[in-house]
Each structure stands twice: as C-alpha cells, then as structure tokens.
Write a protein that binds this ligand. Structure first.
Ligand code: ASP
Ligand code: MG
Length: 420
C-alpha cells in the first residue's frame, strides 16, 4: 500500500487533473490511498468568504462564495460526461451546507466558522477528481475524511485523536481494499465528536497523508509537487537553487522548522515513527528523480538556505535589572502559548531576551502588552531571518553582504541571522 498526496497546484485546472490520471496509469494494480488538497487557491478564496461573513458582510460573502461555486462547476463540466449529474448533485449538497451557515449571523468564534467554510475546498476537489478518474477508467472509492479523522475542537489547528482515527481507519478504510485499489480522500480536514468540521493548519494535507501512511503501515508516501525535487533554497528567490536527491527525516524536519516551504513540518513524525520513506516527485515530469527521504544519515549536503521575511525582533529588558531566570522565562513561554505564537529565534542574556517572531501584528501587539508586565519591551519590524544549514563562511558572507545584522545564532551546522 502506498500513499500519494497531490497538492492544490496539481489539480488547479482541467489539464492538471487529466495529468493526475496520466500519473496514476503508471501504477496499475497498486493499492493506493490518495489524499488531495483544494484546487489551486481555493483555500485562500474560502478564507475571504468567511472573513466577509464574520465581518457581517453577508452579501459580499455570498458573492465571493458564488465565484468558488462557479469555478468548481465549470471544471466539473469540462471534465465529466457520464458522472456529471451525480457529481453536480454532490457539489450542490456541499454548497448548501455552507450557504445555510452564511445566511445566519455569527454567534460563535471566528475559527469555528473558518473550519466549517474552508473545509469545503478539499471536499469539492476530491469529488471532482474522483468522479473524473472513475470516468477515465481509474476506478476509485471516494471517502469523506471527516468520517475517519476524529479531532478535538481546536479549530484551525485541530489535534487528531489517534486511537479513534486508527479504529476508523481499520474499520472503514482497510476493508474498502477488498473491492477497490484506490481510495481517494481529502487532506487538511477532520471532524469533532460533535460533527463539526475542523482543519489541521494551512498546508496540512501532507500531514493527513502521513497520518494515513502511519496508520495503514504504508510501504511509502509520495508527495507530488510542481518542483523537480526538494531544492537547497526556494528557486523563486534563488534561481541557482540546486536539487537535493536524498535527505533524511532530521534534515527535512529542520528545514521545515526553519520555514522552508517544502513539506508541512508535522509530516515527518508519523513517517519516522514507522520508518516509512517519503518521496517528493514532480507531477509535471514524473520521470525526474525527485527526492528520497529516509532515516539513514546523508553525507555531503550542500548549504541549505531558508529566508523568512516579515520578521519582528522583540527586545525584552528586565524592568529592575533582576536576572532573566526561570520565572520570567516560563511566564514568557506561557504568554507565547496563550497567544499561540512561536519564536523563530530566541537569545537570552543576563537581563534581557531577544525574540524573533513572524509579524502577525495582532499577536505581536498582544504579546508586547502582556510582556510589559515583566519587561521593558521594544519592537523592531521589517526584518529578514536567514537560516543556513551546512553553511560555510563564503556563503554566509555572500548572503549577508551589505546587510545590518541585528541578531546572530550559530552552531556547527546551522547559522541564523536576523538582518535588515
Ligand atoms: N488546502 C489547504 C491549504 O491550502 C491544505 C493544503 O493545501 O495542504 O492550506
Ligand atoms: Mg496546498
């Protein structure tokens, strides 16, 4: 059994969906569990719908939602003949669920509505792709992952209940393979005991696929992306970025942690725990080598660069020159957890602490106010955090040339500089 994950870019047009069929034809008779994301930028579009709804702009929300509906119906029309009517009915049922909600007034918290609306992207894309594949002779069974992935109600970042989900996988997914080779389902979404939809955090489909791989003891997981492989830097920022053909779990988890947009950071743990290899392959050209990720050590890696813009440096200075000991530090971590923001870098001195954080203005302001009970707080915005794994002095010099460094942290294999 193998798990495949196709991201939003791999299903963002009629041609791309046909391309998925082309890829799957290379795997006849193989048992596959396929996880698909929302088409293209659908998740962003649905976010706009829910923002308008929550701001009390019902007409705007409905208009924005109308566009999402039309794009999906049009794609379905282009792709489907025999299965069009049944799929249209399925799509309309999903639309109706959301429209009911949009006609109400918000009475619960934003994150709850976010999940009820945003989960639709994956439901729509998988319904269309599944119907198309069945029509194209690639027989598959569509599953609503909300019947399988049980989560808590931490909306927008829900936590999976592993026992219940494993039971659902055993009882409701594994037996499907008696009748089908391909099970198709949604990434990124789940459901509470109360039947409320949840989401697992943006870009969470990689993680969904990894949870399935873990629970089904898959032979491997493959993530199909629009890049030839994992690269040593973002090719959009660095045209000279080079492919990396082999990596281990540790390296990938570090890269993801430092902000590389390669693979969702939660993906590695479920795979590592069962020793399941991960392949990153290019859906535009499946003959390319891609990247093979496993548990063994990999030698001779090139410098790996991760650049994060929009960073904030928060400088905390103890109010009365008392040392920055366990108490203020644990209080600070408590605040970070309450506000749900995580420092990208932290450096402590005798009477001061420096934190580098993503510039989420609302959260930064909350944190600054809360931290001012313990510290004198200064905030500097508009910074860039550069991380280089496996650095050497020449690349570090090249990358920081002409910049002002405001904070630097260095270990034998990783250097991080916050600069402007
Ligand atoms: N559709 C979701 C997102 O755009 C999940 C994913 O793509 O993995 O964040
Ligand atoms: Mg995506």
């Amino acid at each position: 059994m193998n798990v495949f994950k196709f991201g939003g870019a791999s299903v963002n047009s009629v041609d791309r969906i046909k391309n998925v069929a082309g890829i799957l034809r290379n795997y006849p008779n193989e048992k596959l569990l396929i996880v698909i994301s929302a088409m293209g930028k659908t998740t962003n579009a649905l976010e706009k719908v829910v923002e308008a709804f929550f701001a009390g702009k019902k007409e705007e929300a409905l208009n924005l939602f109308h566009i999402v509906k039309e794009t999906h119906l049009t794609t379905a029309k282009y792709l489907l003949v025999k299965n069009y009517n049944s799929t249209e009915k399925q799509l309309v049922d999903f639309f109706t669920e959301v429209e009911w909600l949009l006609h109400d007034k918000p009475v619960r918290e934003f994150d709850y509505y976010y999940d009820q609306v945003v989960c639709l992207g994956e439901l729509l894309s998988t319904a269309i792709v599944s119907a198309y594949l069945n029509e194209a002779g690639i027989s598959n069974t569509w599953v609503d992952v909300r019947d399988i992935f049980r989560t808590d109600d931490n909306f927008r970042d829900a936590n999976i209940n592993w026992e219940e989900t494993q039971q659902n996988v055993n009882n409701s997914i594994i037996p499907l393979y008696d009748k089908t080779n391909i099970v198709m389902t949604q990434g990124f979404i789940g459901c509470t005991d109360e039947n409320e939809s949840t989401t697992l955090g943006r870009e969470g489909s990689d993680y969904t696929a990894a949870v399935f791989a873990n629970m089904m003891d898959a032979a491997a997981q493959t993530i199909w992306k629009d890049v030839e492989s994992v690269m040593n830097a973002d090719p959009k920022q660095f045209p000279n970025a080079q492919p990396i053909y082999e990596l281990n779990y540790d390296e990938v988890i570090e890269m993801a942690y430092y902000g590389a947009q390669v693979i969702h950071p939660k993906t590695i743990k479920p795979l590592q725990n069962k020793g399941i290899p991960l392949y990153v392959k290019c859906f535009l050209d499946p003959s390319l080598k891609g990247t093979y990720i496993h548990d063994e050590s990999v030698k001779g890696l090139p410098p790996i660069l991760v650049v994060k813009d929009n960073q904030v440096l928060m400088h905390l200075h103890s109010l009365d020159y008392s040392f920055v000991g366990e108490k203020p530090i644990s209080r600070l971590y408590q605040l970070l957890a309450e506000i749900k923001i995580k420092p990208n870098l932290l450096q402590s001195g005798a009477v001061s602490l420096m934190l580098c954080l993503d510039d989420r203005s609302d959260k930064i302001e909350k944190l600054a106010i809360a931290a001012s009970e313990l510290f004198e707080v200064q905030v500097e915005k508009g910074l860039t955090l550069l991380t280089i794994r496996h650095y050497n002095q020449s690349i570090l010099a090249e990358m920081t040339d002409g910049k002002t460094i405001v904070l630097k942290q260095q270990s034998p294999d990783t250097v991080q500089v916050l600069m402007k």
